[in-house]
Design a protein around this ligand. Structure first.
Ligand SMILES: [Zn+2]
Length: 493
Protein backbone atom coordinates (compact mmCIF):
# COMPACT_ATOMS: atom_id res chain seq x y z
CA UNK A 1 0.00 0.00 0.00
CA UNK A 2 1.29 3.39 -0.89
CA UNK A 3 0.44 6.48 1.02
CA UNK A 4 -0.91 9.61 -0.65
CA UNK A 5 2.42 11.43 -0.25
CA UNK A 6 4.37 8.83 -2.21
CA UNK A 7 5.95 9.89 -5.50
CA UNK A 8 7.69 7.22 -7.61
CA UNK A 9 11.16 8.01 -8.99
CA UNK A 10 10.46 10.19 -11.98
CA UNK A 11 11.83 10.08 -15.53
CA UNK A 12 14.71 12.08 -16.94
CA UNK A 13 17.30 9.59 -15.86
CA UNK A 14 19.33 7.37 -18.23
CA UNK A 15 17.28 4.17 -18.06
CA UNK A 16 20.13 2.30 -19.75
CA UNK A 17 22.03 2.51 -16.45
CA UNK A 18 20.85 -0.82 -15.05
CA UNK A 19 22.73 -0.55 -11.80
CA UNK A 20 21.08 2.78 -11.11
CA UNK A 21 17.76 1.27 -12.12
CA UNK A 22 18.13 -1.68 -9.76
CA UNK A 23 19.06 0.65 -6.89
CA UNK A 24 16.05 2.81 -7.63
CA UNK A 25 13.79 -0.24 -7.69
CA UNK A 26 15.24 -1.43 -4.40
CA UNK A 27 14.71 2.00 -2.84
CA UNK A 28 11.09 2.06 -4.05
CA UNK A 29 10.54 -1.44 -2.67
CA UNK A 30 11.97 -0.57 0.74
CA UNK A 31 10.00 2.67 0.86
CA UNK A 32 6.82 0.80 -0.02
CA UNK A 33 7.48 -1.74 2.73
CA UNK A 34 8.04 1.02 5.28
CA UNK A 35 4.89 2.80 4.20
CA UNK A 36 2.90 -0.42 4.34
CA UNK A 37 4.12 -0.99 7.88
CA UNK A 38 3.04 2.49 8.94
CA UNK A 39 -0.17 2.57 6.91
CA UNK A 40 -3.30 3.23 8.91
CA UNK A 41 -4.86 0.08 10.29
CA UNK A 42 -8.61 -0.16 9.62
CA UNK A 43 -9.54 -0.06 13.32
CA UNK A 44 -7.40 3.03 13.87
CA UNK A 45 -8.85 4.68 10.77
CA UNK A 46 -12.38 3.89 11.95
CA UNK A 47 -11.66 5.36 15.39
CA UNK A 48 -10.09 8.54 14.05
CA UNK A 49 -12.91 9.04 11.52
CA UNK A 50 -15.59 8.72 14.20
CA UNK A 51 -14.26 11.50 16.46
CA UNK A 52 -16.67 14.42 16.34
CA UNK A 53 -15.35 17.89 17.10
CA UNK A 54 -18.81 19.50 17.35
CA UNK A 55 -19.86 16.93 19.96
CA UNK A 56 -16.74 17.65 22.01
CA UNK A 57 -17.48 21.37 21.96
CA UNK A 58 -21.11 20.73 22.92
CA UNK A 59 -20.15 18.52 25.91
CA UNK A 60 -18.02 21.35 27.28
CA UNK A 61 -20.81 23.92 26.87
CA UNK A 62 -23.31 21.59 28.55
CA UNK A 63 -20.99 20.82 31.47
CA UNK A 64 -20.09 24.48 32.07
CA UNK A 65 -23.81 25.37 32.05
CA UNK A 66 -24.26 23.27 35.24
CA UNK A 67 -21.93 25.61 37.16
CA UNK A 68 -18.48 24.92 38.64
CA UNK A 69 -19.38 21.24 39.36
CA UNK A 70 -17.50 21.27 42.65
CA UNK A 71 -17.70 17.91 44.47
CA UNK A 72 -20.66 17.67 46.83
CA UNK A 73 -22.56 20.66 45.40
CA UNK A 74 -25.81 20.79 43.38
CA UNK A 75 -23.88 21.40 40.15
CA UNK A 76 -21.84 18.23 40.82
CA UNK A 77 -25.17 16.34 41.25
CA UNK A 78 -26.42 17.71 37.93
CA UNK A 79 -23.25 16.93 36.01
CA UNK A 80 -23.08 13.41 37.52
CA UNK A 81 -26.68 12.72 36.41
CA UNK A 82 -25.87 14.08 32.92
CA UNK A 83 -22.77 11.86 32.65
CA UNK A 84 -24.56 8.74 33.95
CA UNK A 85 -27.26 9.28 31.34
CA UNK A 86 -24.64 9.84 28.61
CA UNK A 87 -22.72 6.65 29.39
CA UNK A 88 -25.93 4.60 29.70
CA UNK A 89 -27.11 5.84 26.31
CA UNK A 90 -23.85 4.55 24.90
CA UNK A 91 -24.52 1.15 26.45
CA UNK A 92 -21.84 1.17 29.12
CA UNK A 93 -22.29 -0.26 32.62
CA UNK A 94 -22.57 2.77 34.91
CA UNK A 95 -21.78 2.96 38.62
CA UNK A 96 -21.84 5.95 40.97
CA UNK A 97 -19.18 6.51 43.59
CA UNK A 98 -19.59 8.82 46.58
CA UNK A 99 -16.78 10.40 48.57
CA UNK A 100 -16.93 10.72 52.36
CA UNK A 101 -18.69 13.97 53.36
CA UNK A 102 -16.60 17.12 53.13
CA UNK A 103 -17.36 20.82 53.33
CA UNK A 104 -18.27 22.20 49.90
CA UNK A 105 -19.07 25.69 48.68
CA UNK A 106 -21.30 27.00 45.91
CA UNK A 107 -22.14 30.55 44.93
CA UNK A 108 -25.34 31.51 43.13
CA UNK A 109 -25.04 35.29 42.72
CA UNK A 110 -22.84 38.22 43.69
CA UNK A 111 -22.21 41.86 42.92
CA UNK A 112 -19.31 44.20 43.57
CA UNK A 113 -19.98 47.83 42.55
CA UNK A 114 -18.56 51.28 43.14
CA UNK A 115 -20.84 53.79 44.85
CA UNK A 116 -21.69 55.34 41.46
CA UNK A 117 -23.23 52.00 40.50
CA UNK A 118 -20.49 50.83 38.10
CA UNK A 119 -20.14 47.08 38.49
CA UNK A 120 -16.74 45.36 38.62
CA UNK A 121 -17.49 42.64 36.10
CA UNK A 122 -14.35 40.62 36.85
CA UNK A 123 -15.21 40.15 40.55
CA UNK A 124 -15.47 36.49 41.55
CA UNK A 125 -15.97 35.24 45.13
CA UNK A 126 -13.22 33.33 46.92
CA UNK A 127 -14.25 29.78 47.77
CA UNK A 128 -15.73 29.46 51.28
CA UNK A 129 -16.79 33.11 51.37
CA UNK A 130 -20.01 33.26 53.39
CA UNK A 131 -23.19 34.98 52.23
CA UNK A 132 -23.43 38.68 53.02
CA UNK A 133 -27.18 38.48 53.84
CA UNK A 134 -28.03 41.48 51.70
CA UNK A 135 -25.74 44.28 50.64
CA UNK A 136 -22.73 45.56 52.56
CA UNK A 137 -21.24 48.97 51.93
CA UNK A 138 -17.86 50.19 53.12
CA UNK A 139 -15.37 52.93 52.40
CA UNK A 140 -12.43 51.59 50.40
CA UNK A 141 -9.08 51.16 52.14
CA UNK A 142 -6.00 50.40 50.02
CA UNK A 143 -3.59 47.98 51.74
CA UNK A 144 -0.56 47.50 49.50
CA UNK A 145 1.16 44.58 51.19
CA UNK A 146 -1.68 42.71 52.75
CA UNK A 147 0.33 39.75 54.06
CA UNK A 148 2.62 41.98 56.15
CA UNK A 149 0.01 44.54 57.28
CA UNK A 150 -1.27 44.61 60.85
CA UNK A 151 -5.04 44.80 61.20
CA UNK A 152 -6.21 47.82 63.19
CA UNK A 153 -9.38 49.59 64.28
CA UNK A 154 -9.22 51.47 60.95
CA UNK A 155 -10.00 48.22 59.10
CA UNK A 156 -13.32 47.61 60.83
CA UNK A 157 -16.28 47.84 58.45
CA UNK A 158 -14.14 48.99 55.51
CA UNK A 159 -13.86 47.31 52.11
CA UNK A 160 -10.18 46.53 51.78
CA UNK A 161 -8.59 46.50 48.35
CA UNK A 162 -5.16 44.91 48.01
CA UNK A 163 -3.04 44.20 44.94
CA UNK A 164 -1.46 41.45 47.06
CA UNK A 165 -2.75 37.98 47.83
CA UNK A 166 -4.90 37.21 50.86
CA UNK A 167 -3.48 33.83 51.87
CA UNK A 168 -2.61 33.33 55.51
CA UNK A 169 -3.25 37.00 56.38
CA UNK A 170 -6.94 36.10 56.54
CA UNK A 171 -6.49 34.14 59.78
CA UNK A 172 -4.71 37.15 61.36
CA UNK A 173 -7.64 39.42 60.51
CA UNK A 174 -10.18 37.02 62.01
CA UNK A 175 -8.04 36.70 65.15
CA UNK A 176 -7.65 40.50 65.49
CA UNK A 177 -11.39 41.07 65.52
CA UNK A 178 -11.03 44.20 63.33
CA UNK A 179 -13.32 42.75 60.69
CA UNK A 180 -13.62 44.52 57.34
CA UNK A 181 -16.90 44.36 55.38
CA UNK A 182 -15.11 42.61 52.51
CA UNK A 183 -11.70 42.07 50.93
CA UNK A 184 -10.97 42.62 47.21
CA UNK A 185 -7.70 41.30 45.75
CA UNK A 186 -6.23 41.72 42.26
CA UNK A 187 -3.40 39.21 42.87
CA UNK A 188 -1.20 38.36 41.01
CA UNK A 189 -1.63 42.03 39.95
CA UNK A 190 0.49 41.46 36.88
CA UNK A 191 -0.07 43.85 33.94
CA UNK A 192 0.66 40.97 31.54
CA UNK A 193 -1.56 38.29 33.09
CA UNK A 194 -5.13 38.26 34.41
CA UNK A 195 -5.53 41.74 32.96
CA UNK A 196 -9.28 41.63 32.27
CA UNK A 197 -10.23 38.52 34.23
CA UNK A 198 -9.59 37.47 37.80
CA UNK A 199 -7.33 34.74 39.16
CA UNK A 200 -9.53 32.66 41.46
CA UNK A 201 -8.70 31.87 45.03
CA UNK A 202 -10.14 30.42 48.20
CA UNK A 203 -10.43 31.12 51.91
CA UNK A 204 -9.68 28.32 54.39
CA UNK A 205 -12.23 25.49 54.23
CA UNK A 206 -14.76 26.63 56.84
CA UNK A 207 -18.46 27.39 57.10
CA UNK A 208 -17.83 30.38 59.36
CA UNK A 209 -15.37 32.68 57.58
CA UNK A 210 -16.69 36.07 58.73
CA UNK A 211 -15.40 38.27 55.89
CA UNK A 212 -16.19 37.57 52.22
CA UNK A 213 -13.36 38.01 49.72
CA UNK A 214 -13.43 38.56 45.96
CA UNK A 215 -10.82 38.30 43.21
CA UNK A 216 -10.73 41.09 40.62
CA UNK A 217 -8.75 41.66 37.43
CA UNK A 218 -5.65 43.81 37.15
CA UNK A 219 -7.66 46.54 35.41
CA UNK A 220 -10.41 46.51 38.05
CA UNK A 221 -7.63 46.62 40.65
CA UNK A 222 -6.38 49.89 39.12
CA UNK A 223 -9.91 51.27 39.26
CA UNK A 224 -10.18 50.30 42.96
CA UNK A 225 -6.79 51.86 43.80
CA UNK A 226 -7.94 55.19 42.29
CA UNK A 227 -11.32 54.96 44.00
CA UNK A 228 -9.62 54.27 47.35
CA UNK A 229 -7.44 57.34 46.96
CA UNK A 230 -10.55 59.40 46.17
CA UNK A 231 -12.23 58.14 49.36
CA UNK A 232 -15.00 56.25 47.54
CA UNK A 233 -17.14 53.38 48.83
CA UNK A 234 -17.91 49.94 47.44
CA UNK A 235 -21.04 47.85 47.79
CA UNK A 236 -20.81 44.05 47.83
CA UNK A 237 -23.32 41.25 48.03
CA UNK A 238 -22.95 37.48 47.83
CA UNK A 239 -25.37 34.60 47.98
CA UNK A 240 -23.40 31.44 48.80
CA UNK A 241 -23.95 28.05 50.41
CA UNK A 242 -21.34 26.22 52.46
CA UNK A 243 -22.28 22.79 53.74
CA UNK A 244 -21.14 19.17 53.84
CA UNK A 245 -21.65 17.16 50.70
CA UNK A 246 -20.41 13.97 49.07
CA UNK A 247 -18.48 14.29 45.83
CA UNK A 248 -20.19 12.14 43.18
CA UNK A 249 -18.12 10.36 40.55
CA UNK A 250 -19.44 8.46 37.56
CA UNK A 251 -17.63 5.29 36.49
CA UNK A 252 -18.70 3.58 33.26
CA UNK A 253 -17.30 0.28 32.03
CA UNK A 254 -16.76 -1.05 28.53
CA UNK A 255 -16.33 -4.74 29.23
CA UNK A 256 -13.25 -6.42 27.81
CA UNK A 257 -12.49 -10.09 27.14
CA UNK A 258 -10.55 -10.15 30.39
CA UNK A 259 -12.99 -8.47 32.76
CA UNK A 260 -10.63 -8.39 35.75
CA UNK A 261 -7.87 -6.41 34.06
CA UNK A 262 -8.65 -2.85 32.99
CA UNK A 263 -7.47 0.56 31.88
CA UNK A 264 -8.81 3.61 33.68
CA UNK A 265 -9.57 6.61 31.45
CA UNK A 266 -10.36 9.54 33.73
CA UNK A 267 -10.62 13.29 34.35
CA UNK A 268 -11.57 15.47 37.28
CA UNK A 269 -15.13 16.65 36.78
CA UNK A 270 -14.98 19.67 39.10
CA UNK A 271 -13.55 23.01 38.01
CA UNK A 272 -11.44 22.79 41.20
CA UNK A 273 -10.90 26.58 41.15
CA UNK A 274 -14.62 27.23 41.65
CA UNK A 275 -14.79 29.05 38.29
CA UNK A 276 -16.40 28.07 34.98
CA UNK A 277 -13.65 25.51 34.34
CA UNK A 278 -14.13 25.00 30.60
CA UNK A 279 -10.51 24.06 29.90
CA UNK A 280 -9.87 22.94 33.50
CA UNK A 281 -11.49 20.56 33.30
CA UNK A 282 -14.66 20.24 31.21
CA UNK A 283 -12.28 19.70 28.27
CA UNK A 284 -10.81 16.64 30.01
CA UNK A 285 -14.29 15.30 30.81
CA UNK A 286 -15.40 15.83 27.20
CA UNK A 287 -12.31 13.91 26.07
CA UNK A 288 -13.30 10.96 28.30
CA UNK A 289 -16.89 11.10 27.01
CA UNK A 290 -15.86 11.09 23.35
CA UNK A 291 -13.39 8.20 23.77
CA UNK A 292 -16.16 6.24 25.50
CA UNK A 293 -18.74 7.07 22.82
CA UNK A 294 -16.48 6.22 19.89
CA UNK A 295 -14.97 3.06 21.37
CA UNK A 296 -18.32 1.70 22.53
CA UNK A 297 -20.12 2.39 19.24
CA UNK A 298 -17.31 0.85 17.18
CA UNK A 299 -17.36 -2.31 19.30
CA UNK A 300 -21.15 -2.52 18.90
CA UNK A 301 -20.96 -2.08 15.13
CA UNK A 302 -18.17 -4.63 14.86
CA UNK A 303 -15.69 -2.18 13.33
CA UNK A 304 -13.39 -2.61 16.31
CA UNK A 305 -13.00 -5.85 18.29
CA UNK A 306 -14.04 -5.95 21.93
CA UNK A 307 -10.97 -4.81 23.90
CA UNK A 308 -8.74 -7.40 25.49
CA UNK A 309 -8.96 -5.55 28.81
CA UNK A 310 -11.96 -3.67 30.16
CA UNK A 311 -11.90 0.10 29.87
CA UNK A 312 -13.35 2.05 32.78
CA UNK A 313 -14.24 5.68 32.18
CA UNK A 314 -14.25 7.76 35.35
CA UNK A 315 -15.23 11.38 35.90
CA UNK A 316 -14.20 12.33 39.40
CA UNK A 317 -16.49 14.43 41.58
CA UNK A 318 -13.52 16.09 43.30
CA UNK A 319 -9.93 16.21 42.07
CA UNK A 320 -7.63 13.81 44.00
CA UNK A 321 -10.24 13.07 46.69
CA UNK A 322 -12.43 10.91 44.45
CA UNK A 323 -9.45 9.07 42.96
CA UNK A 324 -8.43 8.27 46.53
CA UNK A 325 -11.95 6.97 47.25
CA UNK A 326 -11.69 4.81 44.12
CA UNK A 327 -8.36 3.33 45.23
CA UNK A 328 -9.76 2.55 48.70
CA UNK A 329 -12.94 1.03 47.26
CA UNK A 330 -11.06 -1.12 44.75
CA UNK A 331 -8.89 -2.71 47.43
CA UNK A 332 -7.28 -5.90 46.08
CA UNK A 333 -8.97 -5.43 42.67
CA UNK A 334 -6.60 -2.51 42.05
CA UNK A 335 -3.95 -5.08 41.02
CA UNK A 336 -5.96 -5.51 37.79
CA UNK A 337 -5.43 -1.86 36.86
CA UNK A 338 -3.08 -1.88 33.86
CA UNK A 339 -2.82 1.86 33.38
CA UNK A 340 -4.33 5.25 34.23
CA UNK A 341 -4.91 7.66 31.34
CA UNK A 342 -5.88 10.97 32.92
CA UNK A 343 -6.90 14.17 31.12
CA UNK A 344 -6.43 17.59 32.64
CA UNK A 345 -6.69 20.66 30.38
CA UNK A 346 -7.04 19.38 26.84
CA UNK A 347 -8.85 22.50 25.66
CA UNK A 348 -6.33 25.27 25.14
CA UNK A 349 -2.68 26.28 24.80
CA UNK A 350 -1.25 29.80 24.93
CA UNK A 351 2.00 29.67 22.98
CA UNK A 352 2.49 26.18 21.55
CA UNK A 353 0.27 23.87 19.56
CA UNK A 354 1.44 20.75 21.37
CA UNK A 355 0.13 17.65 23.11
CA UNK A 356 1.99 16.20 26.10
CA UNK A 357 2.17 12.79 27.77
CA UNK A 358 3.37 13.07 31.34
CA UNK A 359 5.55 11.10 33.78
CA UNK A 360 8.26 9.52 31.60
CA UNK A 361 10.44 9.47 34.75
CA UNK A 362 8.27 6.71 36.23
CA UNK A 363 10.08 3.50 35.18
CA UNK A 364 6.90 1.40 34.92
CA UNK A 365 5.36 3.97 32.57
CA UNK A 366 7.82 2.98 29.82
CA UNK A 367 5.60 0.64 27.79
CA UNK A 368 2.54 2.86 28.10
CA UNK A 369 4.33 6.06 27.08
CA UNK A 370 6.26 4.36 24.26
CA UNK A 371 2.86 3.35 22.85
CA UNK A 372 1.65 6.96 23.00
CA UNK A 373 4.87 8.16 21.43
CA UNK A 374 4.57 5.58 18.63
CA UNK A 375 1.00 6.65 17.84
CA UNK A 376 2.03 10.31 17.98
CA UNK A 377 4.97 9.67 15.62
CA UNK A 378 2.91 7.59 13.17
CA UNK A 379 0.26 10.27 12.71
CA UNK A 380 2.22 13.51 13.22
CA UNK A 381 1.66 16.00 10.42
CA UNK A 382 -1.35 14.22 8.94
CA UNK A 383 -4.46 16.37 8.45
CA UNK A 384 -6.66 16.27 11.56
CA UNK A 385 -3.82 15.15 13.83
CA UNK A 386 -0.96 16.95 15.58
CA UNK A 387 2.50 18.20 14.73
CA UNK A 388 4.11 18.95 18.10
CA UNK A 389 4.12 16.23 20.78
CA UNK A 390 6.35 14.94 23.52
CA UNK A 391 6.47 12.98 26.74
CA UNK A 392 7.65 14.90 29.80
CA UNK A 393 8.79 14.22 33.37
CA UNK A 394 6.36 14.33 36.30
CA UNK A 395 5.06 17.74 37.32
CA UNK A 396 2.41 16.67 39.83
CA UNK A 397 -0.92 18.29 40.56
CA UNK A 398 -3.52 16.05 38.93
CA UNK A 399 -5.32 12.75 39.36
CA UNK A 400 -2.74 10.46 37.77
CA UNK A 401 -0.62 11.28 40.84
CA UNK A 402 -3.18 9.68 43.15
CA UNK A 403 -1.85 6.40 41.69
CA UNK A 404 1.89 7.19 41.96
CA UNK A 405 4.35 7.14 44.86
CA UNK A 406 5.69 10.30 46.50
CA UNK A 407 9.07 10.08 44.75
CA UNK A 408 7.27 10.88 41.49
CA UNK A 409 5.14 13.67 43.01
CA UNK A 410 2.37 11.17 43.78
CA UNK A 411 0.34 10.80 46.93
CA UNK A 412 1.62 7.34 47.84
CA UNK A 413 -1.93 6.02 48.22
CA UNK A 414 -0.96 2.65 46.76
CA UNK A 415 2.31 0.74 46.70
CA UNK A 416 1.37 -1.03 43.44
CA UNK A 417 3.41 -0.02 40.40
CA UNK A 418 0.52 1.22 38.26
CA UNK A 419 1.41 3.01 35.01
CA UNK A 420 -0.21 6.45 35.20
CA UNK A 421 -0.01 9.34 32.76
CA UNK A 422 -1.77 12.64 32.18
CA UNK A 423 -2.47 13.74 28.62
CA UNK A 424 -2.86 17.52 28.20
CA UNK A 425 -2.28 20.56 26.02
CA UNK A 426 -1.74 23.16 28.77
CA UNK A 427 -0.66 23.20 32.41
CA UNK A 428 -0.51 26.01 34.96
CA UNK A 429 -0.49 29.72 34.08
CA UNK A 430 2.90 30.38 32.50
CA UNK A 431 5.36 28.67 30.17
CA UNK A 432 7.43 26.05 31.98
CA UNK A 433 10.82 24.85 30.78
CA UNK A 434 11.72 21.30 31.72
CA UNK A 435 14.85 19.29 31.05
CA UNK A 436 13.89 16.22 29.07
CA UNK A 437 14.85 12.90 30.56
CA UNK A 438 17.67 11.17 28.63
CA UNK A 439 16.27 8.55 26.27
CA UNK A 440 12.95 10.35 25.80
CA UNK A 441 14.04 13.03 23.30
CA UNK A 442 11.11 13.36 20.92
CA UNK A 443 11.08 13.96 17.17
CA UNK A 444 7.86 15.86 17.75
CA UNK A 445 9.29 18.92 19.44
CA UNK A 446 11.65 21.69 18.32
CA UNK A 447 14.15 21.35 21.17
CA UNK A 448 13.98 17.74 22.35
CA UNK A 449 16.20 18.38 25.39
CA UNK A 450 14.67 21.57 26.74
CA UNK A 451 10.91 21.16 26.77
CA UNK A 452 8.54 24.08 26.65
CA UNK A 453 5.36 23.16 28.50
CA UNK A 454 2.44 25.24 27.32
CA UNK A 455 -0.02 26.93 29.67
CA UNK A 456 -3.46 28.51 29.79
CA UNK A 457 -4.00 32.29 29.80
CA UNK A 458 -7.27 31.53 31.62
CA UNK A 459 -5.90 29.09 34.21
CA UNK A 460 -8.07 29.04 37.35
CA UNK A 461 -9.76 32.25 36.28
CA UNK A 462 -13.18 33.77 35.78
CA UNK A 463 -12.51 33.66 32.02
CA UNK A 464 -11.93 29.91 31.68
CA UNK A 465 -15.03 29.78 29.48
CA UNK A 466 -15.83 27.74 26.35
CA UNK A 467 -15.65 30.94 24.25
CA UNK A 468 -12.04 31.58 25.32
CA UNK A 469 -10.78 28.00 25.15
CA UNK A 470 -12.59 25.01 23.64
CA UNK A 471 -14.64 27.02 21.12
CA UNK A 472 -11.52 28.84 19.98
CA UNK A 473 -9.25 25.81 19.54
CA UNK A 474 -11.32 22.62 19.64
CA UNK A 475 -8.58 20.75 17.77
CA UNK A 476 -6.84 20.16 21.12
CA UNK A 477 -9.60 17.88 22.41
CA UNK A 478 -9.83 16.11 19.05
CA UNK A 479 -6.12 15.30 19.25
CA UNK A 480 -6.37 14.05 22.83
CA UNK A 481 -9.25 11.73 21.88
CA UNK A 482 -7.48 10.40 18.78
CA UNK A 483 -4.07 9.77 20.32
CA UNK A 484 -5.59 8.04 23.35
CA UNK A 485 -8.14 6.06 21.37
CA UNK A 486 -5.46 4.75 19.00
CA UNK A 487 -3.13 3.99 21.91
CA UNK A 488 -5.95 2.05 23.63
CA UNK A 489 -6.56 0.06 20.44
CA UNK A 490 -2.86 -0.91 20.35
CA UNK A 491 -2.76 -1.70 24.07
CA UNK A 492 -5.81 -3.92 23.70
CA UNK A 493 -4.72 -6.02 20.74
ZN1 LIG B 1 -7.15 20.44 36.45
Amino acid sequence: MVGPGFQPASGGRDLADNRQMRLTCLAVFVLTLVQAATATRPDEQAFADAVNQQDLQRYVRELVAFGPRMGGTPSNDKSAAYLADFFERHRLDVALQEDPPALAHSETSWRVALEDGSVLESAWPFGFSASTSGERQGKLLLVEDFSKATPSEEWRGRVIYTPGSVGRAYAAIVKSGFLPAAILSSAPNDPTRYVDWSRLSSLPSSASNPVPAFSVSYVDGRTLASAAQAGRSVRVSLDATIREGRGKSVIATLRGDNADAYYLVCAHGDSDSGGPGADDNASGVATVMEIARVYSSLVQSGNVPRPKYSIRFAVWGAEYRSARTFIETEGAKLSGLKGVLNFDETGTGAERDAIYFESNDVPWNEALLRTFEAVAGDYAGRPGFWTEYTTNPSQGGTDSYAFLPRQYKGTGQTTLQIPATTIYTAAWDKLAELDQLAGWESKGTADPRKLKIDYSLYYHSSADTPENTTEREPQNMVRAVKVTGLALLRLNR
